[in-house]
Design a protein around this ligand. Structure first.
Ligand SMILES: [Zn+2]
Length: 712
């Protein structure tokens, strides 16, 4: 009978067939593994955003997490890798906005319910594609436990957490100055702000007896004070006094105040205070509330001048409705004509806050938003810092701990309100009195004023607020059997770019809600770059589609290419040549198997003389591979196996056997190597295992995925 091994290796035929066998076996589900396997090993998969195809970064996490999962499963652990999909709030909103734009539509013109429905079906469609793709990458995760961030039970957990935080005074709603994207019409958290270096004119303007410097000339209409440093001798006699100034809207009076936050070295040491449009000025106003007028809004939510407050003043209509940058230019000219401009420094370099998605310069706004209190006592921050200091959560690479601690030190309260429809709606109700009712269902009436006219907060949660609860939410906290069995989980493996967005928040919220850390080890991988170390992007035309190359060269080859040379926290270099190289390796393994099968057929293994030197080398390899995998040095284990197989086993041992056959030794080598290679190249090794005789002769009956790991 001709065997598959008479032909060259064909991953396209083998890989889907093998995956189906695994899935049918039920062994992805820890409950279906042998009863005596009791020690658990758990990874919660970072749920990919269900708004597009998987990219190469996803293939990295699938590969690394699958290696760990398969290794621990073969070591006899009750292994759970729980998959999921993320509705991905603002991220998906941005993707969907672009889709609408192409269709000549705008989300701002679609009724809420309708838009939500449309986005849900878009997301569920993508989710299905994503699941197929995860299967294609060989992920041995338990599909029976798959979760979606908008599953009703997840939302219930998120609501419970919000309610508890509210009860503990750790979330609050306040009218504060926040980051606002005029294109996306939503606020953003501090982490979603991208600072870019820009050169802009710095204007020195005349304010009565004072000259002050500003870049954002247009905010001038919203000034409510002039501030100087209390130590600044130049302005000592002006502090506390009202000065008369000439403005583009006519004469006005403004007060000079002293505040320690003013930098004496910036410009002339005197600055204007615009509390409605600058976060620092907002803080200054809060400290001087009794002395100066409150915020005066002069820019609207679309980034246009709003001067209705000055309607009775000459010229106000001239600037009203202009875009910020247009207004700045015209005001510059007008102020020069009026003699209000002292000088202009044309190339002032400064950092500008922009939207991390669209690059639009953010216009700070004052809005009532929900904030998570991060640094109050007892604080979420302290919980996390303490756990990390005690070594309860370990980072790989270790240098991450320092970065983590630094960020925690500089934390500010976290704005979790978003003005989009895509997400979990904030379960807070208002009626017009000061009372806020936090409840998932509409309350019958306000307990304070009795009003039955309650409206729900229109905003949704920052998606990271809900995904920050992912490990315990997916396991059914507090009463789920899975929570009791699998929490705390073992490893959180994810990209280092979301250390603060996600990992830090999971640690804080996990500890707050369950009293336990969510995971013991955090493994962070780097960014995937091309062979010239360039970031992959459509515009550079250097994007490698993981599914495309898997189709061409096999998933196993792609996986090995993503592991070898990939050290924790550092960029991962990949190219098609590299993947092709590992396809050749798969062929090498396949051809070696053909030889082994032929040899064994010729003379079945019996008690041949053992070869202590060769077996000693093999034993050492088992030991080192095990140690490398235990300490998460996947690249090291993979490289080692590759070289051993190719340059020692194939080039030396097999060549020698051609002259001096020793089928028993040959089979021992082959069985051990196939087992060791399984976590890295799961499909081809499983296929080979089917054909390979067991130590007592006859084909292997058990799947390789649950075979026992070679004893070191
Ligand atoms: Zn934006």
């Amino acid at each position: 009978m001709p065997s598959d091994f008479d032909k060259p290796y064909d991953p396209k035929a083998v890989e889907p067939e093998i995956y189906e066998k695994w899935e049918k076996s039920g062994f992805f589900n820890p409950d279906k593994l042998p009863k005596k396997w009791t020690k658990t090993f758990t990874i919660i998969m970072p749920p990919p955003n269900a708004n597009g195809a998987l990219h190469i970064g996803h293939a990295v996490f699938v590969t690394l997490e699958d290696i760990m999962t398969r290794f621990e499963r073969m070591r006899g652990k009750k292994t759970l890798w729980l998959p999921g999909a993320d509705h991905a709030g603002f991220e998906t909103q941005v993707v969907f906005d672009k889709k609408l734009e192409k269709e000549g539509r705008s989300r701002f013109k679609i009724p809420r319910e309708e838009l939500y429905k449309e986005m849900l079906s878009f997301t569920l469609e993508n989710k299905k594609i994503m699941e197929t793709q995860l299967r294609k990458l060989g992920a041995s995760c338990d599909w029976s436990r798959e979760k979606f961030t908008l599953d009703p039970e997840i939302i219930t957990t998120v609501y419970d957490t919000f309610k508890k935080l509210y009860g503990d005074g750790l979330v609050y709603r306040e009218n504060k100055i926040v980051n606002w994207c005029t294109k996306h019409q939503t606020t953003l958290s501090d982490l979603e702000v991208k600072y870019v270096e820009r050169k802009d004119p710095l204007y020195y303007i005349r304010y009565g007896p004072v000259t002050l410097a500003t870049v954002r000339l247009e905010t001038k209409f919203g000034d409510t004070a002039v501030a100087v440093n209390p130590k600044d001798k130049r302005y000592k006699n002006l502090v506390g006094k009202e000065i008369e100034i000439k403005t583009l809207l006519g004469p006005a009076k403004i007060k000079v105040i002293a505040d320690g936050a003013v930098d004496q070295k910036f410009g002339t040491g005197a600055v204007k205070v615009t509390p409605a449009h600058d976060p620092n000025d907002f803080e200054i106003w809060k400290r001087h509330k009794d002395e100066i007028p409150g915020p005066r809004v002069v820019i609207d939510q679309y980034g246009r001048m709003d001067l209705r407050e000055f309607w009775d003043r000459p010229n106000s209509k001239k600037y009203h409705g202009l875009k910020v940058m247009e207004a700045r230019k015209i005001m510059e000219e007008d102020m020069q004509k009026e003699g209000l401009m002292v000088k202009i420094d044309p190339d002032y370099a400064h950092a500008v806050a922009t939207c991390y998605k669209c690059g639009t310069i953010l216009e700070p706004r004052i809005l009532p938003q929900w904030f998570v209190r991060m640094t109050a006592k007892p604080s979420l921050r302290d919980l996390a810092v303490r756990a990390v200091k005690k070594g309860e959560v370990k980072f790989i690479p270790a240098r991450t701990e320092k970065i983590f601690m630094h960020w925690m030190k500089n934390l500010r309260d976290w704005n979790i309100s978003r003005q989009i429809v895509w997400g979990i709606r904030i379960p807070a109700w208002y009626c017009g009195c000061a009372e806020i009712i936090v409840s998932p269902d509409p309350p019958a009436k306000c307990p304070k004023c009795g009003s039955k006219n309650l409206v729900q907060d229109p905003d949704v949660f920052d998606t990271w607020f809900s995904s920050g609860q992912w490990p315990f939410a997916t396991l059914g906290y507090p009463n789920g059997k899975d929570f009791k069995t699998f929490y705390p989980t073992d490893v959180m493996e994810t990209g280092h770019d979301i250390l603060f967005f996600w990992v830090a928040r999971m640690i804080m919220l996990g500890l707050y809600r369950t009293g336990k850390i969510p995971f013991r080890t955090v493994y962070l991988h780097g960014l995937v770059r091309d062979k010239d170390r360039q970031k992959m992007s459509k515009s550079k035309d250097n994007v490698i589609d993981p599914l495309g190359v898997a189709e061409l060269y096999g998933t196993d080859a792609l996986r090995l290419a993503l592991v070898i040379g990939n050290t924790a926290g550092n960029d991962i270099i990949i190219s098609e040549e590299k993947i092709r190289g590992y396809r050749n390796f798969a062929n090498k393994i396949w051809n070696a198997t053909r030889f082994v099968l032929q040899e064994i057929k010729k003379s079945p293994p019996k008690a041949e003389k053992s070869d202590k030197i060769k077996l000693g080398k093999l034993k050492r390899l088992v030991k080192e591979t095990t140690r490398d995998l235990e300490s998460h040095r996947f690249h090291h284990a993979a490289e080692h196996l590759y070289h051993f197989f190719w340059h020692y086993y194939a080039d030396k041992v097999i060549e020698e056997m051609k002259k001096k056959p020793n089928p028993l030794l040959l089979l021992e080598f082959h069985r051990t190597l196939i087992k060791l290679l399984h976590p890295f190249l799961p499909h081809i090794t499983e296929k080979i295992w089917e054909e390979l005789p067991g130590p007592a002769g006859g084909k292997n009956k058990k799947l390789l995925m649950i075979e026992s790991w070679p004893k070191p």
